[in-house]
Design a binder for this molecule. Structure first.
Ligand code: C2O
Ligand code: CU
Ligand code: CU
Length: 421
């Protein structure tokens, strides 16, 4: 239901069965669906009334990853349990730029298993600025969410999270794209917009197409990039979103173009008809506000990530829901220094994520951030030995989590809490 100012929506976490592979159906969980869910479309300025319904046999939470909302109850981390057979009501006003966000389960420490079973779905924010840019936006036709996950299917095509458990993150040998395996998509010779979401527990995706086809990134986690960035290869870490435009004009009907991660084809685009396309991407997409001046006397906040396996920590600590680890004043820009210690055996990339904010990247090891890190972000890959500097502002008071988004690291305690006041 929708009026000019308000919109009502129900998200029902439910068990189901999904035909993912030939043969037996896989037991899965989803939002209003047997696995994942239909993309939730939010419009900037609308006041949302959302019913969060739990039809699962266990407690879950509904976390709006990337959504700038007021406080932990709406944000949906561990602080907002929804018990089996019950529902919670939340309200929020959509007040942030057009972007691809996502909704996922976040009960601590069961996030990994619930997301693995299918509790994740894209959330798209629309606004008046993005809608005037010359991007494909016919949702499901030339504007497609691509949820990247990997799974290990056991006998009878079933998932077995406990058996596959790895404290450094569960990985599976099979790429699962939008809840399907080896999907193909019919396209024309026009441009297509792909909204990639790395929804896997641990895996990094190294994306490229046949013929080293160039594609253009137009958006990052929290919005449209100020300038488009061209790639032939793009790496994504857990929980990141990258919106890209792929130009199929060089192909003809009957051609097939594969998308790969590393050397494995994960998805096929079939060119089924010719269609003219003379749209051009502008060199400049949106204006980012100038960087705010940060008070020189304000303390620099630190998040030092370290460890592997069960030893993962931030600032030498493990998560405790009863403890507040840091405080920051609402409405003030502050510097965060996020580091990843260099472990003896090489270490891992930790995707660092903050709730309750979209941040900006100031630097990587004192140098400019990557070209596709000039827009709004809520998750950033930090390599072993690296230090990234972020500019962070909270708009609403409340307690928010910040953590590594390898979900098994998060469940293993690589997560702290900040009070915005
Ligand atoms: Cu994607 Cu704590 O979240
Ligand atoms: Cu989040
Ligand atoms: Cu980690």
């Amino acid at each position: 239901k929708e009026t000019d100012t308000d919109m009502w929506y129900t998200v029902d976490a439910q068990p189901g069965e999904t035909q993912i592979l030939p043969g037996e159906k896989t037991k899965t969980w989803g939002y209003n669906s047997s696995i994942l869910g239909k993309t939730i479309i939010l419009k900037e300025g609308k006041h949302m009334h959302v019913t969060l319904k739990n039809d699962l046999p266990v407690l879950t939470t509904f976390h709006w990853h990337g959504l700038n909302v007021s406080g932990p109850y709406v944000d949906g981390g561990c602080h907002a349990p929804v018990y089996p057979g019950t529902s919670n009501e939340i309200e929020f006003t959509v007040d942030q730029p057009a972007a691809t966000l996502w909704l996922h389960a976040h009960p601590c420490p069961e996030t990994s298993e619930q997301v693995y079973k299918g509790l994740a779905t894209p959330v798209v924010v629309q606004d008046d600025i993005e809608s005037k840019l010359p991007f494909p936006r016919n949702y499901g036709v030339d504007d497609i969410p691509v949820v990247l996950q990997d799974r290990h299917f056991h006998k009878g095509n079933q998932l077995n999270y406990k058996e596959d458990y790895d404290p450094d993150g569960v990985q599976g040998p099979t790429a699962m794209i939008n809840g399907t395996v080896n999907p193909y998509f019919d396209v024309t010779t026009q441009k297509v917009r792909l909204r990639f979401l790395d929804g896997s527990n641990r895996r990094e995706w190294r994306l490229h197409f046949d013929d080293d086809l160039k594609f253009t990134q137009i958006g990052s986690d929290g919005g449209i990039l100020p300038e488009p960035v061209e790639f032939t290869h793009l790496m994504m870490v857990c929980a990141e979103r990258d919106e890209v435009i792929v130009d199929f004009r060089g192909y003809k009907p009957g051609d097939e173009v594969h998308l790969y991660s590393d050397d494995v084809p994960i998805m096929t685009f079939k060119i089924h008809e010719f269609a003219p396309d003379d749209t051009k991407l502008p060199d400049h997409l949106i204006d980012m506000p100038p960087f705010a001046k940060v008070d020189k006397n304000a303390p620099v906040h630190k998040a030092a990530m370290s460890g592997m396996d069960e030893s993962v920590e931030i600032n030498g600590k493990k998560f405790d829901m009863q403890r507040i680890d840091d405080r920051q004043e609402v409405g003030k820009e502050r510097i965060w220094e996020v580091s990843n210690s260099n472990e003896m055996d090489g270490g891992m990339v930790h995707p660092y994520h903050m709730h309750g904010t979209q941040f900006r990247v100031l630097s990587r090891n004192g140098k400019d951030p990557y070209p596709n890190e000039h827009g709004w972000k809520d998750t950033i890959g930090v390599n072993p030995g690296e230090v990234v500097r972020l500019q962070v502002k909270f708009d609403f008071p409340g307690v928010y989590m910040y953590h590594c988004h390898i979900t098994e690291h998060e469940d293993g305690g690589m997560m702290l809490q900040i009070q915005a006041y």
